[in-house]
Design a protein around this ligand. Structure first.
Ligand code: CO
Length: 134
């Protein structure tokens, strides 16, 4: 069902510092920050030859990643994003298999304006998983 690894997401306490680290020290191509109010995050994408790194920082009150930073002061890995061909078919198959889709269970536009949804970490080896329709 899952296809390519679309990105690995890292929550960071300072988005500009993190973008500078990836651009200036690691020598990667780094995007401008993009605000996603529906998701409560600001993102910067780091383009790698085989995948992307999504740098995440809380946006607004009640951001779902604000608590993550209180537990991980220096930031840390937050989720993996896998591509799927049909997000509704994937969701229905996963729910049938007993997985928990976060939120209201409906796909929402993600960072690339493609529908995404998130799966509870308890069902996937302790890792939060994002599915994106490729
Ligand atoms: Co993501």
């Amino acid at each position: 069902m899952i296809g390519r690894l679309n990105h690995v997401a890292i929550v960071v306490p300072d988005l500009e510092a993190a973008a500078n680290t990836y651009r200036d020290i690691l020598g990667a191509v780094v995007s401008e920050p993009v605000e996603l109010p529906d998701h409560g995050v600001t993102t910067v994408f780091v383009e790698l030859p085989n995948t992307k790194i999504e740098l995440l920082h809380p946006l607004g009150g009640g951001s779902p990643i604000a608590r993550f930073l209180t537990k991980h002061k220096h930031g840390g890995m937050h989720h993996l994003c896998y591509e799927v061909d049909d997000i509704y078919a994937a969701r229905d198959q996963l729910v049938e298999a007993g997985a928990t889709v976060l939120g209201d269970g409906e796909p929402k536009p993600g960072a690339h304006d493609k529908p995404v949804l998130f799966l509870h970490p308890r069902d996937f080896c302790g890792t939060l998983i994002e599915l994106e329709e490729a």
